[in-house]
Structures are given as C-alpha cells and as structure tokens.
Design a protein around this ligand. Structure first.
Ligand code: CP
Ligand code: NVA
Length: 305
C-alpha cells in the first residue's frame, strides 16, 4: 500500500480492487475490524463543509477503535495562519494519519510532501478518490462488472468526474463523459487516463451530447453543476448546464436496470430531478453508506503495521 491516498492514479488496478474487497469485507463483518485502529488518532482537517466525508471518516475511526480530532475551516487556515509545511510537520508529531479537504489540490500535495504520516484526500478541486472508491464498490454490489459496463457521467467535468475517469480507465469498462464544452475534464487527466486505458482495455469518450451519451447506459452518474468554491458562478452555470440534467427523459434512454448515482449533496431540480434521485434506479444512499466502509478500508490499509 502506498503511503498516502491522494489520487487513484497512484494506485494499480490490483491495489484498487484490493481496497474494494476490503471495503466489502469490513461492511460484511465490521466486528472483525473493531480494534484495527486501537491506539491511533486520525486528524480531519477540513477547509470546506462536509457531511458524508467528515462523518464517514470520523465514525469509521471510532468504529475501528481509534480516536478522531476534527479541525473546522476556521481553525487552522492552512497557509494563512502558518505555512502548510509547518502544519504538516507539526501535526505529524501528534497524529497517525490525516484526512484533508482543501479547495486546492496543490495544498494536499504540498502537505503530503512534509507529512511523515499518511495523508488522505477528502476532496480537492481536482479529485475525490474516497468517494469513487465507495462508488466502485456500489457498482459491484449492483451486480455489475466494472469491466463490462457503460458508465455515463453527465454534468461538470470536475473532481468526482476526474476520479471516476481514473477508476474506470484503470479497472476497465466504458466511460462516456458528457459536459458542456468549456466544462470538460482537464486534458492532462484525460491523457493520463488514456495511458491507463491502453493496459486495461477501457474506453473513454468525451462528448457534449448528454442524450447520445445516455443511450444504453448501465450507470448514470452526476454531480452538482456548481461545486464548493465556485458559488459566484452559479447563475452562469445554471444556464450553461441546463441540458445536462438527469431526468426521466434521460433515464428512459439508459438500460432498464441502469443505476443512477450521485455523490451528494444534490442540488435537486438542477443536475437531477426528484423523480430520478428518489426513483427505483437510484443508489445514492447505498453510495453514501459505502463511504463509511470505504473510509475504514483506506485507513486500515494505510495504517497497517
Ligand atoms: N460526497 C461528499 O463528499 O459529501 P460531503 O461533501 O458531505 O462530504
Ligand atoms: N463536486 C462537488 C463534490 C462534493 C462532494 C464539490 O466539489 O462541491
């Protein structure tokens, strides 16, 4: 296992599959892992709001027999109150691992450079690997083989989408990403995914046509049009993204047993309608539950002696 969990691209397909397997094992038999983090203390340093990620890691640590300490966005002010490197070096003296949520991905990389303890990415503007690990487990649980399915992401080619691109390109499978032209995933991420794809046999396609993308999908995935830190762009984004909503019409185009995924929080009525998110194809709360088991798996692997 690598020292940190910052991006799925740092992991081999075998390592990702092993993490998925451990997530499922922990979910099935949580009592077996009760003491896995005994005597350990994990810091949760969040510069943005969070419900799922904070709770999944906090409760996960407690259930594994460890202790968690949470720092809210006002407390540490990474890089403002003191240098990122000073925080990383100091926190490493007290804690056994740290989960970071920062807007800038560079902050997490800088922190990790100076941290002597494992760093977990709890969301940056570029990636959300702990979310997508739980999502892959959710896909597998729905009896779909990631290698054989068509996964369609409709919306903003942002953090969640980027991690999904890495997951599918590493594991195999067919991914279609439908975004407005200016909101496509970064070229460097797509090109890295293409290098993984050549080994795994995955296919990655980018389009601006959400309806064409949704045809025969096994998985329809979306995320908010306006991510945290981009609130000032909300009115513009509402216009640009209006044809990138998962609604009944889009769902009709997918396979009958297609699952609908969303990392949450959802902006209902924007990227997804109530009828779809509350409908029978939706697995959003299965995903939310799996965040807990995945968080535990990540920490167990990173802190294993
Ligand atoms: N999906 C997710 O990361 O949710 P939070 O922002 O509530 O942590
Ligand atoms: N793209 C969203 C994900 C939230 C979990 C955001 O960055 O706000």
């Amino acid at each position: 296992m690598k020292k940190h969990f910052i991006s799925l691209k740092d992991y081999s397909p075998q390592e990702i599959r092993a993490l998925c397997e451990l997530t499922s094992q922990i979910k099935k038999a949580p009592q077996k892992y009760k003491g896995a983090l005994s005597g350990k203390c994990v810091g949760l340093l969040f510069q943005e709001p969070s419900l799922r990620t904070k709770t999944a890691f906090y409760v996960g640590v407690v259930q594994l027999g460890g202790e968690a300490v949470y720092y809210n966005p006002q407390e540490i002010k990474l890089g403002e109150r003191e240098k990122i490197s000073d925080v990383a070096k100091t926190i490493s003296l007290y804690l056994d691992a740290v989960v970071l949520r920062t807007f800038s991905h560079k902050t997490v990389l800088e922190f990790a450079k100076f941290s002597s303890i494992p760093v977990v990415n709890g969301l940056t503007e570029l990636f959300h690997p702990s979310q997508v690990l739980a999502d892959v487990v959710t896909i597998i649980e729905s009896k779909k083989d990631p290698k054989k399915i068509k996964v369609v992401f409709i919306g903003d080619g942002n953090n969640v989408c980027n991690s999904l691109i890495y997951a599918i390109s590493l594991l195999g499978g067919n991914l279609v990403v439908a975004t407005p032209k200016k909101y496509a995933p970064q070229a460097s991420i797509v090109s890295q995914a293409h290098s993984f794809r050549r080994k795994s046999g995955a296919s990655i396609e980018l389009t601006t046509d959400a309806c064409a993308a949704a045809q025969e999908a096994d998985v329809l995935y979306t995320d908010v049009w306006t991510s945290m830190g981009r609130e000032k762009e909300e009115s513009l984004r509402k216009k640009v993204f209006k044809n990138y909503q998962i609604n009944d019409k889009i769902l009709e185009l997918a396979k009958k047993n297609c699952i609908v995924m969303h990392c949450l929080p959802a902006h209902r009525g924007q990227e997804i309608t109530d009828s779809v998110i509350d409908g029978k194809n939706s697995v959003v709360f299965e995903q939310a539950e799996n965040r807990l088991h995945a968080a535990k798996a990540i920490l167990v692997k990173l802190l294993k002696k």
